[in-house]
Design a protein around this ligand. Structure first.
Ligand code: ZN
Length: 420
């Protein structure tokens, strides 16, 4: 009997220690959470099949003390939303994932591991304003205010739809981000170049996109005005897949038959000078090769006056020198091509020029940083990287200038916004 009592006491004692340890561990875990994390619980009173309204109370959220905490800029609060909860906040968007850019505290959040973690210190005491948001999908932009009321509801107010279309001008093509033959061949909006003033050798097979043609004509007019001896002509514009393949194969064969290279050597060498079919910027209708009479599209152009002029001035018309000296490790084009100018538009061409970036470096930086701010002609601009095609920004603070997927081989989208 005594032995049994002793056993029971021992068991109770061990159980008490285990419970104490568990309590201690739970407390430790809680202490690790620097900021309180209110959990957003989807409302059961709203069915997802409901038509979205201008102002819709959607989601229950425990907001005790939220006002005070959000008002303290040094103590941002963390709100975790999963994609299902976000879908409930905006039932009209059907995509499974969202990206969020959160203002005015300039916090940006991308969808990660099935949820968004928003850290914000912004909260307007009077109207419970958390932030203004914009949803951009492939076909529309919708602006709204993300609000929380004192009853613990989170909702979107003042949403409205506008149209924005994707712009190919920021889309990168290179050896590691090729486009398909169909993408290269199905391009729309090409215009034939017929002006003998700038068409080389009276060619009739030169095409580029019409807005690029306008920019290029401004460039050529200004170059001529400054120095008529530059005398630049268009040697190449849009190329379909077959003509790029023909050119590439020609150079590979020539190097195999006349320069004693193996096929692999010839292929690698050629790929550094003539883009592999599908990897050429000439597929996008944004690119032209400009050349002065008396020069060739090779090393002889390196120090030519026209090359120097393009280097110093083409950005002013929205073009970037795509294959610059010293950028070979990024572009994988080993030949410096001062004649090859690619349209990205303004102010992007200015940004690349001023920061000495090629497009690959630009996207590497943007993807790492999430966003990049800069000034241009007295205005503030922002590039935003989003992993998904639904991105929330503050449309009361910014206007979207350009929007594009980055490349076929790169996950994500780029938005160029002008801050009001
Ligand atoms: Zn070219």
């Amino acid at each position: 009997m005594k032995k049994n009592v002793a056993t029971i006491i021992t068991i109770c004692f061990i159980a008490a220690i285990v419970i104490a340890v568990v309590i201690f561990l739970v407390q430790q875990q809680n202490n690790d959470v620097e900021n309180p994390t209110p959990t957003v619980t989807p409302s059961t009173s709203h069915s997802q099949t409901n038509e979205p309204t201008q102002s819709q109370n959607i989601t229950e959220i425990p907001l005790e003390g939220l006002n005070e905490k959000l008002a303290d800029v040094n103590n941002p609060i963390t709100i975790t939303l999963n994609s299902e909860q976000l879908k409930i906040i905006d039932t009209s968007v059907s995509s499974e994932t969202y990206a969020l850019v959160y203002f005015p505290d300039r916090n940006i959040s991308n969808y990660e591991n099935g949820q968004f973690i928003l850290k914000t210190s912004v909260f307007h005491e009077t109207n419970n304003y958390i932030g203004t948001i914009t949803i951009v999908s492939d076909s529309y932009v919708k602006a709204g205010c993300l609000l929380a009321d004192k009853d613990g509801k989170i909702y979107v107010e003042n949403s409205e739809k506008n149209q924005i279309s994707a712009d190919v001008s920021l889309r990168i093509i290179n050896r590691y981000n090729p486009i398909t033959q169909q993408q290269a061949d199905d391009i729309e909006g090409l215009e034939n170049l017929t002006n003998p003033w700038y068409v080389l050798d009276e060619r009739d097979d030169l095409y580029i996109l019409s807005h690029v043609k306008t920019a290029m004509e401004s460039l050529l007019t200004e170059a001529d005005r400054q120095d008529s001896s530059l005398n630049m002509h268009v040697a190449s514009g849009y190329r379909d897949y077959a003509s790029q393949k023909q050119s590439f194969d020609y150079w590979v064969n020539r190097r195999v038959t006349q320069e004693n290279m193996t096929y692999e050597q010839a292929y690698d060498y050629t790929a550094g000078r003539v883009a592999i079919p599908g990897c050429s910027e000439h597929h996008n209708g944004l690119t032209v090769d400009l050349i002065s009479y008396g020069y060739m599209l090779d090393e002889s152009s390196k120090d030519a006056p026209y090359a120097k002029w393009l280097k110093d001035n083409s950005y002013k018309f929205g073009f970037t020198i795509r294959y610059e000296e010293g950028k070979e490790q990024y572009t994988h084009i080993t030949l410096y091509e001062p004649w090859h100018i690619r349209y990205v538009g303004l102010p992007t061409a200015y940004y690349l020029y001023a920061n000495n970036l090629c497009m690959e470096e630009f996207y590497e930086t943007l993807i790492n940083e999430g966003y990049l701010d800069f000034e241009y002609e007295g205005e503030t601009y922002r590039y935003i990287y989003s992993k998904t095609d639904n991105i929330y920004i503050n449309q009361n603070i910014m206007d979207i200038v350009q929007y594009s997927s980055i490349a076929s081989g790169v996950e994500g989208y780029v938005l160029l916004c002008k801050i009001r």
